[in-house]
Design a protein. Structure first.
Length: 92
């Protein structure tokens, strides 16, 4: 049997918004996006987030980004860089 081709767009969560409201939520930094695979959907709930590492993206900081989200991103940036460098040091 051959597989089916095509593109599937999935929005994970429970939302009842118009398209423009969802785009506004993404622009403010409330939602992220990623390319997902079947393994992401069928993974145990406690493993789903870690399985998105490297694929989860958020909108860039803009005037629409809420200040609390922008501040958290600025504060986390050095920690993420430290973790990245530590992981690179551990590679053979």
């Amino acid at each position: 049997a051959s597989g089916f081709g095509g593109t599937v767009y999935a929005f994970w969560g429970d939302a009842r918004w118009s398209r423009t409201q969802l785009l506004g939520e993404i622009a403010r930094g409330h939602w992220g996006m990623c390319k997902a695979y079947l393994r992401d959907v069928v993974a145990a709930p406690d493993l789903r987030r870690s399985g998105l590492a490297g694929r989860l993206v958020f909108a860039p900081l803009t005037s629409m980004t809420e200040e609390s989200i922008a501040r958290a991103r600025r504060e986390l940036a050095p920690l993420r860089e430290q973790a990245r460098l530590a992981a690179a040091d551990d590679e053979p």
